[in-house]
Design a protein around this ligand. Structure first.
Ligand code: GLA
Length: 728
């Protein structure tokens, strides 16, 4: 609910559990007054206090009042060069060469429903579930208008943000920075949590108290990256899963980003998040505008669990696009780890022959089906079927798979090219390269200039022909290197600072085109595993391959970290063969199944190399997953333990929205003799209800949540168990 106090220019955004407030003050500076647990409202600007602080410039409007300074008040969208020395949200390079911005409130617009962003991913909402507030700011000297967009999803505690900058003057203005969100909190006694890692070990939480100065994460790789995720949390020092203030900030963007927090002198923490200003500069000719990607905030007064569940619901119900929003996704088998490039049509058909009777529904043919592609040194760019491996093409192969009762999916990597390819020989100038430099290779491939529509159109034509040639219902869109040598032959020198952003806009455009031309195709995002796992991609790809590390035990950590911002239904997770190819670990098939079920669930192994016992286990897992699909994929998710603590076990829980059903999953760690007895306290149950556990014992909800469930003593490392609870 958006509450306006027009007279005092106070704007209050209420969600079910939170309140967010801004006010245009006596000089029409838009100040931020409050973000936290829901309160009745009123004018909270009394929280902002003024003192004559040395070295703090005073704007001319304040006259002799030396207590008023942009450098000490909490700003809703921070400026630069005119008296606020903290992190800027916007930096304008003006025709005179100065870099500055000075914004004043000029008006507002209120709309039912949720604003949309042309060409950019965004949460969607109807008149029933969302409202939009637009606050209009102006820099009169620069003749630049800034529109701040707020989407309020009350039931989800979700506040989305976006920014549009318009050059209203007659001269060229250059945007050197334009962040998506700025959040000035009137306190610094907070922790910052970021999600970091590397290829094979993505999104490990890193938590530290704010210290003076600037701290943050970002990416300059052209992707959101394995290394840092565009999702951060600010929270109370003692916040945990169930207690304390926490605020999650997410960027719906898959390119270079930056999230920074400045803890400044007078107890103010400023978070700014948006496109990374490094190598960014956007030229705005008279009349032109620029829209920054969407940011999203969820604040929880009661710990991380609640915050995550609100993000999960928001993503599932307002970001994932139809028809996949509510649609069941298939249990798949992917041939990558089983065959790498070494497969042919008969091998794939033999996979399907064994997999189909186990209940697996989709066969995904991974890298290696096209061009001259027998290893990762050649072929990228030639999206035509390799007739040696697949004689007769997909027209011949896919019906054979369909006859066995399975659907068919395919891997592509449209953004890349190998120099050893027909494509590159014909269009060497379509890959990024800086004049007079030889571009660096990554996985022996170059990056195509996706900022160019002619390049995209050429690639898309090939991909469209492939997808139209057979009954294909799934695409894995991969992207296997970071961007270097970024320079576009299609743009003049002064516009080269636009290329990284135009590249990702190009990716979004092609993904959107793919979605529109083939609405029934499920697209899974991927970037060398989880290198582009972000909410921007989720708008086009309902699921994303979480990591190339498929070891069940490492996956507990990767999926745990990922779950802070993103739902189970977004996390690509498969059971693979042992010893695991990433770390050599051997885990039981049951444990691998339990871990993969905390994601989209599928297999990544040769089904013909499994024993009869393993086949039986797979059949049971698939049947179990299908039976409890709604509970797992759409239920509320509770983290019961933190796998980074190296405790005796890792556990998590899915609870149905009506709290009548729950599934607890648990994987034990390394085992020790003379182990103590453990009791697991469940969460999210109805204390008034009584539950039957695994069709056997009867337990009251309040007992299970407080006294707990007695765990068995595990024999051997990495065992697993699941408890299915139904209210009686
Ligand atoms: C990336 C993906 C893998 C696989 C290979 C194929 O590494 O993450 O799952 O598709 O590419 O080359």
């Amino acid at each position: 609910m958006i509450v306006l106090d027009k007279k005092n220019k106070v704007f209050t955004l209420h969600t079910q559990n939170t309140t967010y407030q801004m006010k245009a003050d006596q000089y029409n500076v838009l100040i931020h007054t409050y973000y936290g647990p829901r309160i009745s409202g009123g004018d909270l600007s009394y929280l902002v206090r003024y003192a004559d602080r040395a070295c703090a410039p005073n704007p001319v409007e304040a006259g002799p009042d030396r207590t008023y300074s942009l450098n000490t008040i909490p700003q809703e969208y921070s400026t630069c060069g005119v008296g606020d020395f903290r992190l800027p949200s916007i930096e304008l390079e003006l025709p005179c060469g100065s870099c500055s911005a000075d914004l004043r409130y000029t008006g507002f617009e209120l709309r039912q429903g949720k604003y949309a962003l042309e060409g950019l991913p965004a949460f969607r909402g109807t008149d029933k579930d969302a409202e939009t507030l637009v606050l209009l700011l102006e820099d009169t000297a620069a003749q630049v208008k800034v529109e701040l967009y707020y989407g309020v999803f009350e039931e989800y505690d979700l506040i989305t943000r976006a920014v549009r900058v318009v050059n209203q003057g007659g001269q060229t203005v250059r945007l050197r920075q334009c962040t998506s969100l700025c959040l000035d909190l009137l306190r610094t006694d907070l922790d910052l949590i970021t999600f970091n890692g590397c290829h094979l070990m993505e999104r490990s939480p890193d938590r530290a108290p704010l210290r003076s100065g600037v701290q943050g994460v970002g990416s300059v790789r052209g992707t959101s990256s394995h290394q840092h995720n565009p999702f951060v949390i600010l929270c109370d020092h003692n916040a945990d899963e169930d207690h304390g203030f926490c605020c999650g900030a997410m960027l719906l963007y898959s390119g270079n980003f930056q999230a920074q927090v400045e803890s400044s002198q007078y107890s103010n923490a400023r978070l700014v998040m948006g496109i990374n200003p490094h190598q960014f500069c956007w030229t705005l000719e008279p009349g032109e505008s620029f829209t920054a990607p969407e940011g999203a905030l969820v604040c929880s007064p009661s710990g991380f669990g609640q915050m995550s569940r609100q993000f999960h619901r928001s993503i599932r119900e307002h970001l994932i696009q139809d028809p996949f929003q509510g649609k069941r996704r298939p249990v798949l088998i992917n041939n990558w780890e089983a065959t790498y490039f070494n497969f042919d049509a008969d091998k794939l058909v033999n996979f399907a022959k064994t997999a189909a009777p186990l209940g697996i529904e989709l066969l995904v043919m991974d890298d290696g089906w096209f061009g001259k592609r027998d290893d990762d040194n050649s072929g990228l760019g030639d999206w035509t079927v390799n007739q040696k491996k697949l004689p007769g093409g997909l027209e011949a192969l896919v019906p054979r798979i369909r006859e066995l009762g399975m659907s068919f999916g395919i891997w592509i990597e449209p953004e890349m090219v190998n120099e050893d390819s027909q494509f590159y020989r014909e269009h060497p100038d379509w890959a990024f390269r800086i004049p007079n430099r030889t571009p660096a290779r990554g996985r022996n491939q170059l990056v195509l200039d996706f900022s160019r529509s002619d390049v995209r159109a050429h690639v898309y034509r090939q991909i469209k022909a492939v997808l139209s040639s057979a009954d294909i219902t799934y695409v894995k869109w991969d992207m296997n290197r970071s961007l270097s040598d970024v320079w576009s032959a299609a743009l003049p020198a002064r516009r080269q600072g636009e290329v990284f952003h135009r590249y990702i806009l190009g990716v979004y455009e092609m993904l959107d085109q793919l979605r529109r031309d083939f609405p029934y195709i499920l697209i899974e995002g991927c970037a060398g595993g989880g290198g582009r796992f972000d909410a921007g991609m989720l708008c086009y790809t309902p699921q994303i391959w979480c990591s190339d590390n498929t070891d069940a035990i490492d996956r507990l950590r990767i999926q745990y970290g990922t779950s802070f911002g993103y739902p189970i239904s977004a996390m690509g997770a498969h059971v693979s063969a042992v010893p695991n190819e990433a770390n050599g670990r051997v885990t039981p098939i049951g444990t691998r199944g339990v871990a993969a079920m905390a994601g989209t669930f599928g297999y990544e192994m040769d089904p013909n190399k499994t024993s009869p016992e393993e086949k039986e286990a797979i059949k049971e897992q698939v049947a179990f997953f299908k039976e409890h699909y709604d509970l797992i994929q759409r239920g509320d998710y509770y983290r019961l333990t933190d796998p980074f603590q190296n405790g005796p076990y890792t556990a998590w829980e899915h609870v149905s929205p009506d709290r009548r059903e729950a599934l607890v999953s648990l994987v034990s760690g390394t085992i020790h003799a003379a182990a103590p007895f453990y009791t697991l306290q469940l969460k999210g149950l109805d204390p008034q209800l009584t539950y039957q556990v695994n069709g056997e014992g009867i337990w009251p909800g309040d007992v299970l949540m407080n006294a707990g469930y007695p765990l068995p003593v595990f024999w051997n490392d990495y065992q697993s168990m699941q408890l299915l609870l139904s209210a009686i």
